[in-house]
Design a protein around this ligand. Structure first.
Ligand code: IVH
Length: 665
């Protein structure tokens, strides 16, 4: 036990740190440490104060009643307490639950309804006379934070209910706001580029963005919502959970995902296993299933514990987080010259995927998490297959290596690096072998020029052997030269040369994307191509012309104009055109599908999934990955997945390939 003065000093230090993290978490929405780390600090302080009661100060965070500090958001009293769920992880616990329910209800044919357990931000939304009134987080269950200002910007949430007249009483609905996995990646990418910490998972991201005072970021993101409970819909109209969900849907609320009636433990298990299998294909995170006694009236017999009902239970999936060790930290050089620290990990299996490396984003992140070679870390695979280092796991008594620092020189070409805020760049451009190789790979990638056989290893060799100095040189490679590349025989060299020259006529948007102009991804390329029609027009456009087309920010517009102002870039483009590359104008499609939501399932003959998505988006429609009440059409190809069943259940119109083609015109 430390002596008194040490204890007092350490306690004061802990209080200051805890206060700071409280402010970062609750007020600024920018937590720097994980909840676990925070709990550890708090527990250490509690222990110290318990051992040395004389050092407790009245303003110590441990003395705060309720422990939840004030945030700047308003408080909202919930209509009735927002309960949480008991969780089971194995079949036995679920069997016990079912037994208890049967016993209490006094019936052996109890029907349970199984739903996905959505891993989003829990919310309550109150409607008065069919109009959106306010939205709040769960908070401590009784009182939550007012997030009406951000929830109002979520398009998936109805502001006025469809059958408002029939809703005589006021309504409080409960559900989750979800940041789709596809948007999660974008949000994190933008944060890292700004020098902010990436969110560890979509739930944290949703909470962080929606609990902000300023709604502008929330506005720019397409959140999903789903609902599973309501007060104000009586049991006569909706005797079961199933009818309740239907009633919610009729009122215009999205109700996502599958559900299943379960009469037995085996039924529940089948649904659990099926959802676990399909977890990856969903565009939102689920972390288990929820089993609920279907009969709403009978739930009263079961009642509740202090914080959770006895008529429902969560059956969780195994966690997708795992601990491993950082074997080394290396530095990669990307196509734009950005130097990225990458952790090489002792390989581990995280939910069925072997993870051996994880990006650490930038030096600020490495220092924020205090990650060093040899440290044990917790890896989380959420939102996508790309794993994140969620936190460092301190190992007391284990000596640590020195803090990691970025190199002063580019590891590929040796140029002195430039630092811009938290980011480090190699300024050498295509003179840097790593940047040039990455540019070649990007040029040949799917969605760009789609050159089969131009992978990372091949590109690296082409650069290393001085066979190319820019992307236009690809077109001058002879079969003879290519056979010098490791792993290439005459046939494969010929195949690569053919693949390079095969793509003469290419849609303008793909060509623009292939050029690797900073900030120009698929979306910006498509907008540019559609707005300007020809390469000439894009080249001649000024930054302000580009900004005017909408959907393209100032930074991207500047970047495009700057790219074509550079003589060297224009030279490369001219040589590509001379070599036979002929960007084709993208037809400006009408906005015939404006506001329509599609889901694709199965294989189409005419289009790849990317192409079909592109066709829909060009016409103003959008494509989501799962069927919900908001889906307008499901396009069904051969060998369709379960989405066809979903569509049937939801009563969503289905289109076969012919009908889809007709719709596109
Ligand atoms: S029912 C009173 N259904 O999970 C019953 N909750 O970990 C409680 N959740 O607090 C809610 N999906 O925020 C229910 N299909 C679902 C859910 C769900 C996710 C959340 C809910 C709950 C938490 C418990």
């Amino acid at each position: 036990m430390p002596d008194m003065s040490d204890a007092a000093k350490r306690a004061q230090e802990l209080r200051e740190r805890i206060n700071r993290h409280d402010r970062l978490y609750y007020v600024e929405n920018e937590p720097e440490i994980s909840d676990r780390e925070y709990d550890r600090l708090f527990a250490e302080l509690e222990d110290l104060e318990e051992d040395h009661p004389e050092i407790v100060t009245p303003d110590s965070p441990t003395q705060r009643v309720g422990a939840e500090p004030e945030s700047e958001l308003g408080k909202v009293e919930h209509v009735t307490a927002m309960l949480s769920l008991d969780a089971g992880r194995d079949k036995d616990q679920i069997a016990d639950f079912i037994d208890r329910v049967c016993e209490t209800v006094g019936d052996n044919d109890v029907t349970l309804l199984a739903e996905p357990k959505f891993d989003g931000l829990s919310i309550e939304v109150v409607y008065e006379e069919g109009r959106f009134c306010r939205a709040s987080t769960r908070g401590d269950g009784q009182t939550g934070e007012d997030i009406s200002h951000t929830l109002r910007t979520v398009h998936a949430l109805p502001l006025r209910l469809k059958e408002a007249d029939e809703v005589r009483a006021d309504l409080a609905v409960r559900g989750e706001v979800i940041l789709p996995k596809s948007s999660f990646q974008k949000v994190n990418k933008a944060r890292v580029e700004r020098g902010d910490a990436p969110f560890a998972n979509p739930r944290n991201a949703a909470a962080g963005i929606l609990r902000r005072l300023d709604p502008s970021e929330a506005e720019s993101i397409r959140f999903a919502v789903t609902f599973y409970d309501a007060t104000g819909i009586d049991t006569e109209n909706a005797p079961g959970q199933r009818e309740l969900l239907e009633a919610l849907r009729d009122l215009g609320f999205p109700v996502l995902g599958d559900r299943a009636r379960c009469e037995t433990l085996e039924d529940a298990e089948a649904f659990h296993d099926d959802m676990q299998d399909r977890r990856e294909e969903l565009d939102y995170e689920i972390d288990g299933i929820v089993l609920k006694l279907d009969a709403r009236k009978a739930r009263e017999k079961l009642g509740q514990r202090s914080r959770s009902p006895r008529w429902a239970i969560a059956w969780k999936f195994p966690p997708r987080t795992v601990e491993t060790r950082i074997a080394d930290i290396v530095v990669g050089v990307g196509r734009t010259g950005a130097l990225t620290p990458v952790a090489l990990l002792d390989p581990v299996d995280v939910g069925g995927v072997t993870v051996a490396r994880a990006t650490l984003h930038n030096i600020k992140e490495v220092h924020r998490n205090d990650l060093r070679v040899g440290d044990t870390v917790r890896i989380e695979r959420a939102g996508d297959v790309i794993p994140e280092v969620a936190e460092r796991v301190p190992k007391p008594g284990v000596e640590r290596s020195d803090p990691f620092e970025m190199p002063d020189r580019c590891p590929s070409c040796g140029a002195r690096v430039e630092r811009r805020g938290p980011l480090t760049y190699c300024p050498a451009g295509v003179a840097c072998p790593a940047q040039l190789a990455a540019k070649l790979v990007h040029y040949g990638a799917r969605g760009a020029m789609d050159i089969e056989g131009l992978g990372e290893q091949t590109a690296e060799q082409l650069v290393e052997r001085d066979m190319v100095k820019d992307i236009a040189d690809l077109y001058e490679l002879s079969v003879e030269e290519l056979t010098a590349v490791d792993g290439f025989a005459e046939a494969s060299a010929e195949a690569l040369q053919d693949a390079i020259h095969a793509r003469g006529e290419v849609p303008l948007d793909r060509f623009l994307r292939a050029l690797g102009i900073p900030h120009v991804g698929a979306d910006a390329a498509r907008r540019l191509a559609m707005a300007f029609g020809t390469l000439e027009a894009v080249k001649e456009a000024s930054a302000s012309d580009i900004e005017e087309i909408g959907g393209i920010g100032a930074e991207t517009a500047q970047s495009v104009a700057a790219f074509f102002a550079e003589e060297r870039n224009c030279d490369v483009v001219a040589r590509l055109l001379d070599a036979g590359v002929a960007p084709q104008p993208v037809e400006r499609a009408g906005r015939s599908l404006e506001g329509q939501t599609f889901v694709l399932t199965g294989t189409l003959e005419e289009w790849t999934r990317e192409e079909a998505t592109e066709e829909i988006e060009r016409r103003g429609g959008r494509v989501t990955s799962s069927v919900s009440g908001n889906t307008d059409y499901v396009v069904v190809g051969t060998d369709p997945g379960s989405k066809r069943e979903d569509a049937r259940e939801e009563g969503v119109e289905m289109l076969d390939e012919d009908a889809f083609a007709k719709m596109l015109g």
